[in-house]
Design a protein around this ligand. Structure first.
Ligand SMILES: [Zn+2]
Ligand SMILES: [Zn+2]
Length: 357
């Protein structure tokens, strides 16, 4: 594992690492009810190179958690709701109303189960709330729910007492980095030729030397994948949704010993979450949505849930409120780091001389 890039500032973290990392911050990690140290569900994705936040679930008090963090609700552009239970949606109206009063500058898109639109309309009607900015509610169905030039978001139904959806956030692959030093070393003059090489094209210099752009570019960078599964009992659809993800955020409401409660209430144990991570072949698992029954001093504590999960899936983390996790970009090495300098391909006196030797 790589060195931890976080610096602990008394419960908050300042990142010293790659600024193009996707940052995931937990604003609430308790299930059902808040506790003194854990609010109900709310997770923020901070997207690199965009001043945008995406919010996953919005339990009661989420706007207060924003105030206690360095994240700004005015940057929220999309909100993804997993299901209609109160610990995932009771913060929505308050948050949206406050954003509106603060002079929200841009529209917000909401994604969630079909009843979400009716719920918000009813709240608006009975509280006579008017929003000063456009809110669009997109009822989700399994499959693609959002796509732009950089991201693809899909969802799949999970197994809970009401319809619940897991979300998969995929960053699209990007072209590999251009090896500027290598181009300079090859004697290629700066200018439009570099643009052609970056696109993988072959260029011809005035003296007839030809260079293949692919010799100057790293392999394409694989986009990062984050999957969020809550609330659910173990199900194969979660494994499929999480396949190959960099990070799986999965609920672990109960300890393994309380598996019967998990089956009865259609929640997961720590070991079910770990089995899902293992089956999906993810890089890292983050547990959240914990029952308050495992507070310190009880017979089973949260660290026991972490130990249980790690016995099955070692790279497991346990979320706490205001904890952030950074997903670095998967960068490929530049060509100069791994191979000989490129030679012109044909049609040059220089090349002919090399051949003769
Ligand atoms: Zn819940
Ligand atoms: Zn629920």
């Amino acid at each position: 594992m790589e060195a931890d890039p976080r610096v602990d500032l008394g419960g908050f973290y300042w990142f010293t690492g790659d600024t193009i990392a996707v940052q995931v911050t937990f604003l609430g990690t308790s299930s059902g009810v808040p506790t003194r140290s854990r609010n109900v569900s709310g997770i923020v994705l901070k997207l690199p190179q965009r001043s945008e936040l995406w919010l996953l679930d919005c339990g009661e008090g989420t706007q207060h958690q924003f105030l206690r963090s360095d994240l700004r609700p005015s940057q929220i552009t999309r909100i993804f709701i997993t299901h209609m239970h109160g610990d995932h949606i009771f913060g929505l109206m308050g948050l949206l109303a406050s954003i509106g009063l603060a002079g929200q500058p841009h529209p917000i898109d909401l994604y969630g189960p079909p009843p979400l639109a009716d719920y918000l309309k009813a709240c608006q009607r009975y509280s006579q709330t008017r929003f000063s900015f456009p809110i669009t509610v997109h009822p989700v169905e399994p499959g693609v729910i959002f796509e732009d030039e950089e991201y693809l978001v899909t969802c799949a139904p999970l197994e809970h007492r009401v319809p619940a959806f897991g979300y998969r956030f995929v960053e699209k692959d990007r072209p590999g980095r251009f090896d500027l030093d290598r181009a300079i070393a090859a004697g290629i003059p700066a200018g439009p030729l570099y643009g052609q090489l970056k696109r993988g094209e072959t260029v011809t210099l005035p003296d007839g030397q030809r260079f293949n752009g692919q010799d100057f570019c790293a392999p394409p960078e694989t986009g990062r994948k984050l999957v969020y599964c809550t609330d659910t009992v173990y199900c194969d659809r979660a494994v499929t949704l999480a396949a190959g993800a960099d990070v799986l955020i999965h609920e672990a409401t109960f300890a393994h010993q309380d598996a019967q409660l998990a089956f009865d209430r259609l929640h997961s144990t720590s070991t079910m979450a770990a089995q899902t991570a293992l089956g999906a072949g993810v890089e890292a698992l983050i547990l959240t949505h914990f029952s308050p029954r495992y507070a310190p001093g009880n017979a089973i504590e949260l660290k026991d849930l972490l130990d249980e999960a790690r016995a099955i899936f070692p790279n497991t983390h346990m979320a706490k409120d205001f904890w952030s996790y950074e997903i670095p970009r998967r960068r490929s090495p530049l060509p100069s780091a791994s191979s000989e300098a490129p030679q012109p391909t044909q049609g040059t006196k220089k090349a002919a001389k090399i051949t003769e030797k």
